[in-house]
Design a binder for this molecule. Sequence first.
Ligand code: E4P
Length: 218
Amino acid sequence: MKFFIDTAEVDEIKKLLDSGLIDGVTTNPSLIMKSGRDFIEVIKEISALLPKNPISAEVTANDSKGMIAQGSRLADISSNIVIKLPLTMDGLEACHYFYNQKIQTNVTLCFSSSQALLAAKAGATYVSPFVGRLDDIGIDGMEIIQSIVQIFANYASLTTEVLVASIRNPMHVITAAEMGADVSTIPPSVIHQLVKHPLTDKGLAAFDQDWAKTGQTL
Ligand code: E4P
């Protein structure tokens, strides 16, 4: 499963660049707002840091014409930009336009299997079901991942990748991997949680102590 990092904080991406864990980046208008930075500058910096990896940049227009105009400007920034579009009928129209232009898309704000199927039929490169926000309203977000993965597996013509979004904890990532989702987009804090285990820390401390007792150097 690919790991995208879900952030507009350039420093958080830099910290993980050498780990080999990051296959792409997703941003959204709320993450840009939290960064306090200029959207276009942030997208330029991120796409330069990871020039061969997909970087999702979201349109803000609500009509297909506006989405196509904004998405075309974003796509001009770099060939690795993926245009993020909302899962509305206008978003699907814009998605199909970009599909015909051979420009990659990520159809976002997906909350049901039927929406995901439409995104795939419109030619989306990725569809982003939001698991955390479904959990927040008492619906098991991971259940729709299972359903979407199964539907896409039934039809070889549906090549859209399932990009699990709105991830809140390591179990979301592990369950997504068990279900065979293509990608998880993960906040930096959850990526750091994934590596932690108390027995690793305890074991390392014991090895450090015992190695010191040998008096040897390496
Ligand atoms: C990423 O593409 C989504 O915009 C993001 O995962 C949404 O996460 P949130 O529900 O925590 O805001």
